[in-house]
Design a binder for this molecule. Structure first.
Ligand code: GLY
Length: 384
């Protein structure tokens, strides 16, 4: 077998896999280097598609990309499920963001005003109206925002389906790590792999999540400014006798920390997530689990009755402006699909589309123009 392809994607998490799938669909011979394709942060993520409820001041440009990807989700899921025969747990259940005290309520009112200014659909509810929607909410809930457009998907099932979709589209899954980028004549030309072999490619996509900032062989000025941001989550199980426990995602900011409860149709209830700047540490700590369960218990006291199924910690790929880096880098032949931070699952469909368009045409679609790596660099960026 020839150890070459048109495209080599470094990293087989959901971002790398969707890029490879879309590239292969466009006729590019594509390979993915990852020891465990379908692993990565998606193993831990809750899978909220929360473009509206996770809106932050100053992130209105990112909102445009988030909304573009949210709009693609139903069609993306239908295509992926048809291509693989696998269910990815997409649930159009909506989200309720609630306030527990006067400070939370004021914060939520401000978020509502921002959402309205941005033209987003979000309805203010009284505490009583919140409890009518979700009867297990704590009696102290002071009000909330009903956002019917913020849905969820199961990231583990999404990743598993993307692995199958890639295989069926003819993507070569190199079940080994890319150790070092190959650079020849001042352009990316493939990678040296951890199994001791080399893989040559005309174009390389760096999609290694939080590890993207540390790939050997990438010139310092080209390495993306991506850092790991730890998130701990807890998975509970809702026994059939307790169902329906919650009918939609419920979230809040409690004492400054985000907590959310994401109920799946299969009975899993994901409680997340901490946000910790601790480098590469992925230890699940007693303190992290305690804080999640304490805050979730304030929102929905009945969670303490549920079986504890799993705890875990993952690393979000954080970028300096919380937005992804998409498209060509300053090194010809190398493009980036990384830095998705809190929105990797949401941004999966649009990332695959814009990267595949760039890889086949050399032009980045307009919707990604604000997210090129060039915004963090004074080095001019040319087409590859
Ligand atoms: N978007 C949810 C999280 O990053 O925790």
């Amino acid at each position: 077998m020839s150890r070459t392809s048109d495209v080599l994607v470094i990293g087989g998490g959901i971002i790398g896999l969707v890029t490879a799938w879309r590239a292969a669909q466009r006729g590019l011979r594509t390979a993915v280097a990852d020891p465990e394709p379908g692993g990565g942060a998606a193993r831990v993520a809750a899978g909220m598609l929360a473009a509206v409820t996770e809106l932050h001041y100053g992130e209105e440009t990112l909102l445009g990309l988030n909304m573009a990807s949210a709009r693609r989700y139903p069609g993306f899921v239908a295509e992926l499920e048809a291509a693989t025969g696998l269910d990815v747990g997409f649930r159009t259940c909506g989200t309720l963001a609630v306030a527990l005290d006067a400070d939370d309520r004021a914060h939520l009112r401000e978020l509502h005003a921002l959402q309205r200014r941005c033209g987003l659909e979000s309805e203010w509810l009284t505490g009583r109206e919140c409890r009518r929607l979700e009867p297990l909410l704590a009696p102290g809930v002071r009000g909330g925002l009903r956002v019917d457009g913020d849905h969820q998907v199961d990231p583990r099932r999404l990743a598993a389906a993307l692995v199958v979709a890639c295989e069926r589209a003819g993507v070569t899954l190199l079940r080994t790590r890319a150790e070092r980028l190959r650079v020849e004549h001042d352009r990316a030309a493939g990678a040296a792999l951890a199994d001791g072999t080399e893989w040559a490619a005309d174009q390389v996509v760096l999609a290694a999540g939080s590890h993207s900032g540390g790939l050997g062989g990438v010139p310092d000025e080209v390495l993306p400014p991506v850092r790991p941001v730890k998130g701990q989550v807890v998975r509970l199980t809702v026994p059939p006798a307790y169902a329906p426990f919650l009918s939609r995602t419920v979230r809040a900011v409690v004492r400054g920390s985000h907590v959310y409860l994401v109920p799946r149709e299969n009975g899993e209830l994901v409680v997340g997530a901490t946000s910790e700047e601790l480098g590469w540490d992925t230890t699940v700590t007693a303190g992290g689990v305690y804080e999640l369960l304490r805050d979730a218990h304030e929102l929905v006291p009945g969670i303490t009755e549920l079986p504890l199924a799993e705890t875990g910690a993952g690393l979000r790929p954080g970028s300096p402006d919380n937005a992804p880096l998409l498209g060509p880098s300053a090194l010809p032949g190398l493009c980036l699909a990384t830095g998705h931070y809190r929105n990797g699952v949401l941004l999966t469909p649009v990332t695959g589309d814009v990267l595949a368009a760039y890889l086949t045409t050399g032009e980045l679609p307009d919707e990604a123009a604000a997210f090129t790596p060039a915004r963090f660099s004074s080095v001019s960026v040319g087409a590859s």
